[in-house]
Write a protein that binds this ligand. Structure first.
Ligand SMILES: [Zn+2]
Length: 77
């Protein structure tokens, strides 16, 4: 049985990735420990993706409290 059509399922922008609940870093699903903050608390429900290359020059990064370059979720559920 195929379920075509619209279902209100929230999908991560990047399949196979999860986001750290502590610092919002986006990492591959197989990552056990967050490379940014060392947390092991991840969520597969996250939205929005920003890539920070130069945290010290990015106003988005400073708003989100990001101090290390990498991929980050805007919102982790
Ligand atoms: Zn983290």
């Amino acid at each position: 049985m195929s379920t075509r059509g619209r279902r209100p399922v929230r999908r991560s922008p990047l399949p196979g990735y999860k986001a750290c609940r502590n610092c919002k870093a986006v990492v591959p699903e197989e990552t056990e420990k967050c490379p940014v903050c060392g947390s092991t608390d991840f969520s597969k429900d996250w939205m929005g993706l920003i890539i920070v290359l130069k945290p010290e020059e990015s106003c988005i990064a400073s708003k989100l409290g990001i101090k290390k370059e990498g991929m980050y979720a805007i919102d982790v559920l």
